[in-house]
Design a protein around this ligand. Structure first.
Ligand code: ATP
Length: 246
């Protein structure tokens, strides 16, 4: 790990901790890990349920030299590193729900939340937060149908430290490559191969409006390529939409 490593039994949110540390000058590549989050976050103010002490929540603090419009691609770099590690420790083949979730048997096992802080027109720091349902067997009623854990799907307990170390080594390897290329071309084939949305209808919710399209794959900017019934293609940028249907 290039930066500092801090572990917490319980914390409000590892992303919030990383931002506080980021403000205080913590170095690039720092990791904040927690057993429990009391205020875990999803996208657009949603909640990431983090109750058990059996799962993993961590945030990577980065200070990349990137243009602002490339930051969202870090979510996809992280998703592909997590997916690789999940496959390795579970012996199963997980899939990626563009842009920020990992699913096993079409149920969500992991969410990724990337946030950034700017300094005039450059990046001060980026935080990439990852929450994984590792060994939890019970889920709150409202997510019981859509969520699962690595243990539930693989039938065996997962050593959390081993999973974390697999993810971090895959992530820092890929992060380096991504900074060199400044696009997702090195990961495109494996990411698209794992993309759960491919060939399926997705409902795209953009500014409250819903459109139905067929997903084709992602491009090297991390945008989702979709097609309408006439075969016209469109590139969907993750910042502006929510995609439903897996
Ligand atoms: P959508 O799929 O609606 O676009 P999203 O993938 O952006 O959402 P996030 O904002 O990343 O979802 O995650 C928050 C949502 O995930 C919550 O609204 C809830 O439905 C679900 N969720 C919350 N906690 C968990 C969990 N521990 N495991 C699986 N799903 C969860």
């Amino acid at each position: 790990i290039p930066g500092e490593l801090c572990c917490f039994e319980s914390i409000d949110s590892t992303n919030e901790e990383a931002k506080r540390r980021g403000e205080a000058g913590a170095p690039d590549g720092s990791i904040y890990v927690a057993d429990n989050q009391t205020n875990g976050k999803g996208r657009r103010g949603r909640t990431w349920l983090s109750p058990s002490g059996e799962d993993i929540f961590f945030t990577i603090l980065l200070r990349p030299d990137l243009p602002l419009n490339s930051v969202s691609m870090l979510t996809l770099v992280a998703a592909s590193a997590v997916a690789e590690a999940v496959d390795k420790v579970t012996g199963q083949e997980c899939q990626i729900k563009w842009p920020n979730d990992i699913v096993l048997n079409r149920k969500k096992v992991c969410g990724i939340l990337t946030e950034m802080n700017m300094e005039i027109d450059s990046i001060a720091y980026v935080v990439v937060g990852v929450g994984i349902n590792v060994n939890r067997m019970e889920f709150r009623e409202d997510i019981a149908e859509t969520a699962t854990s690595l243990k539930k799907e693989s039938g065996h307990s997962i050593e959390r430290a081993e999973l974390l170390s697999e993810i971090l080594s895959a992530f820092f390897r890929d992060y380096k490559l991504f900074l060199e290329k400044q696009d997702l071309s090195p990961f495109l084939e494996s990411y698209n191969q794992k993309l759960v949305n491919v060939g399926r209808e997705v409902k795209i919710i953009k500014k409250g409006e819903e459109i139905i399209r067929t997903a084709i794959g992602i491009n090297d900017r991390g945008e989702l390529i979709v097609q309408d019934a006439e075969g016209n293609t469109e590139h969907i940028f993750s910042g502006e939409v929510s995609v439903r249907g897996i």
